[in-house]
Design a protein around this ligand. Structure first.
Ligand code: 8YV
Length: 316
């Protein structure tokens, strides 16, 4: 009989396909349903996506829980300390999505500064024959500030170097090996750059890290790019900053209450909105699904998992 896995939330079809045939995937289901499910006591693995919530109650409904395998690099929806207290391992899918997320960050920078959605609309609406488009802002050479200098932050920096952008960053700690300027606070960083790009983990430690004060520091010629988590930005403060030109514009792939961006964002001309598509390409999502499935396979083969989250890496 195939092992039974619980899906925390609807799984990406590629993840489901990678699990098919080897496991029986049940769920998602309410805690009430789970509490009375016939297979509850034998489920050792929860499969989840990067945005899934895996709260203590879900874990505690599964007495045999040993692994939570997240298809996504972010795992802020998983209560990792609780998983550890239950002796369960948490895995995620780092690295395979670095290029895509970094590509999207640059795409958002180019789109917002060069006003590409407006340019496209200008052509489609037949306005070109009647005159020229208003001039845009040059991206090359603008000073870039990166919040979170992990693997994706570094991939963004590498790309930005080709655009002649001087690079500064803030992170939990200074990384002296990198040739970029470190600032200890996000506010200080914001005051020194033209484009502030967020690629830091979500969760309590970064909640509303970008608030009204930081946006004020970024200033009227500054742009905010968010490819991290919506929770990192105070979205109400951002709406205010965009509508009163406290900052010049924003490119946002993530939102506080997905899939519902703040209603006023939809009406603003100085913001570009994408539906959390940082890693959403065929090849990257396939690689993420394969890696998430590999972690499960390793667990059942009694082998060390491939990509534990950092908090669990000493338990590899
Ligand atoms: C995906 C993500 O949206 O990796 C992450 O942390 O946010 C995204 O790549 C999602 O995890 C796909 O399941």
């Amino acid at each position: 009989m195939n092992p039974v896995l619980l899906a925390a939330t609807p799984l990406n079809p590629l993840y489901l396909a990678a699990l098919e045939g080897r496991y029986t995937v049940i769920g998602p289901m309410s805690h009430e349903m789970l509490a009375v499910h016939a297979d509850r006591e034998c489920i050792e693995v929860i499969a989840a996506g990067g945005e899934s919530k895996v709260p203590p109650a879900m874990m505690d409904a599964l007495p045999a829980l040993k692994l939570i395998s997240v298809m996504g690099v972010g795992y802020d929806g998983v209560d990792v300390p609780h998983a550890i207290s239950r002796s369960a391992m948490v895995t995620h899918t780092p690295n395979v999505l670095n290029d895509d997320v970094a590509d999207l960050a640059l795409a958002l920078m180019l789109n917002i500064t060069r006003r590409l959605p407006q340019a496209d609309a200008f052509v489609r609406q037949g306005l070109w024959a009647k005159g020229s488009m208003p001039l845009a802002t040059k991206l090359s050479g603008l000073r870039l500030g990166i919040v979170g200098m992990g693997r994706i932050g570094q991939a963004i920096a590498t790309r930005a170097l080709a655009f002649g952008m001087p690079i500064a960053y803030t992170a939990r700690s200074n990384k002296p090996d990198l040739p970029y300027t470190f600032f200890a606070s996000v506010k200080e960083l914001a005051s020194q750059v033209d484009v502030l790009t967020l690629i830091t983990p979500g969760g309590a430690s970064t909640h509303h890290m970008v608030n009204a004060e930081v946006l004020q520091a970024l200033g009227p010629t500054g742009y905010l790019i968010n490819v991290a988590r919506g929770s990192v930005v105070d979205e109400v403060a951002l709406v205010h900053a965009l509508s009163t030109h406290v900052i010049a514009g924003a490119g946002l792939d993530v939102f506080e209450h997905e899939p519902y961006p703040h209603a006023q964002l939809l009406a603003l001309d100085n913001v570009i909105l994408t539906p959390h598509v940082g890693s959403a390409t065929d090849s990257t999502r396939q690689a993420m699904a394969d890696l998430a499935a590999l972690n499960i396979e390793r667990y059942f083969a009694n082998e060390p998992v491939e990509t534990p989250v950092p908090e669990c890496s000493n338990r590899k």
